[in-house]
Design a protein around this ligand. Structure first.
Ligand SMILES: Nc1ncnc2c1ncn2[C@@H]1O[C@H](COP(=O)(O)OP(=O)(O)OP(=O)(O)O)[C@@H](O)[C@H]1O
Ligand SMILES: [Mg+2]
Length: 359
């Protein structure tokens, strides 16, 4: 969790109202897909809403990652405590016997729908699934069916978070159903929210921040949440180093001193992304896309496809789409509004690639 979660009031408001509806049993189930390029704050948004929902005694909150629920058995394990299935299983679940032996895995695990039905019988459920773009397709399909069938009658909120390809990934699991789920894009912060994220933690520690220092920090962070945290930490250390006896403050001088630490940390981050492109043989393609972005903030579908063809040498349309999906998964590009218009996913990563990829 960042010291101050800034600029997500409307997103939190939407999530809270879905939780409230499920908690109050006024609506049965709902799904919401939360997606955006890495580093923009999907995980912390889920963590915050989980924390808030957990304080509501009317609902149960479960946070999971796909790696914890790679199949039905793991899903049942994650959602049903033994004492529940001993209580509900004999009459409700189709696993044979008393169900108690299912812990030994010899029995067939209950279906996803049975698991949800059993779990929700106790209390309305908020199920948060991060990194959902890596969800196993088989389990995803089960979850989809359960959500569609049992979900209609059950107080159950499913929150899925992942990369910009989340919807495409879920769609491969069948049905156009997911495309009707609510969608929430998580992109960069506004300048005002970035200023709050940078300034409030200092204020809480009674450290003053000059206006021009704050302006400079907002510009340096590029309103990208991950950089906001890196910069906040670097400036904190610089100002503490300059005032070891107390009386810490932040002016342009402290920010200037923090710059090299921030630049280094940011370059480390870019270099990890760069190596990811390299490992997937995507560097020449990313370079071509980066060059297309050199004098353009936005690329159309056609321009993006041209850049991908130029960089990869492929003419095959399906290949171009697959490469585009990989680029979005890795944070290189995304569509920040519901329009087929592309922007870089991680700010200045394209400058980094242009500078270091010689191709
Ligand atoms: N609203 C915000 N205000 C301030 N800092 C934020 C905010 N959102 C995220 N951060 C910070 O940005 C960083 C990235 O957040 P987070 O890990 O949630 O991103 P993510 O979208 O889940 O990324 P990934 O796709 O790589 O998992 C963290 O250091 C987090 O504390
Ligand atoms: Mg995350």
């Amino acid at each position: 969790m960042p010291p101050h979660l800034a600029g997500r009031e409307s997103e939190l408001g939407r999530l809270r109202s879905l939780v409230d509806r499920v908690a109050g049993r006024s609506a049965h189930h709902a799904e919401i897909l939360v997606f955006g390029p890495r580093g923009n704050g999907k995980t912390v948004l889920l963590a915050r809403i989980a924390e808030e929902a957990a304080s509501d005694t009317q609902v149960d909150v479960v946070r999971l990652r796909p790696s914890q629920i790679h199949d039905r058995t793991a899903f049942a394990d994650a959602l049903l405590r033994r004492k529940w299935w001993v209580r509900y299983l004999p009459s409700q679940l189709s696993v044979g016997g008393t169900g108690a032996s299912w812990g030994g895995r010899e029995e067939r695990p209950p279906t996803v729908e049975d698991v949800l039905r059993t779990r929700v019988r106790r209390k309305p459920l908020v199920l948060l699934l991060d990194e959902a773009h890596t969800l196993d397709p088989g389990l995803g399909r089960d979850l989809l069916n359960a959500s569609e069938q049992a979900g209609r009658r059950l107080p159950f909120l499913l929150v899925l978070a992942g990369t910009p390809n989340l919807l495409a990934h879920l769609s491969t699991m069948g049905a156009s159903f997911w495309s009707r789920a609510e969608q929430m894009r998580i992109g960069r912060l506004t300048e005002a929210a970035t200023a709050d994220a940078l300034w409030k933690p200092f204020e809480e520690a009674r450290v003053s921040v000059s206006e021009d220092a704050l302006d400079l920090m907002v510009a340096m962070s590029q309103c990208y949440p991950y950089f906001v945290q890196l910069l906040g930490q670097a400036v904190w250390r610089a100002s503490a180093a300059l005032s070891p006896g107390g009386g810490q403050r932040v002016t342009r001088r402290e920010v200037g001193l923090a710059r090299s630490e921030f630049d280094e940390a940011r370059d480390e981050y870019y270099s990890v992304r760069y190596r990811e492109f390299e490992e997937r043989d995507l560097l020449p393609t990313v370079k071509a896309v980066a060059c297309a972005f050199e004098d353009r903030a936005i690329l159309t579908d056609r321009e993006m496809a041209e850049a991908i063809r130029r960089g990869s040498g492929t003419e095959d349309h399906a290949d171009v789409l697959a490469i585009r999906r990989s680029l979005a998964d890795l944070g290189a590009i995304w569509e920040p509004r519901g329009r087929p218009l592309w922007e870089p996913g991680i700010p200045s990563l394209m400058d980094y690639v242009r500078a270091y990829e010689p191709g």
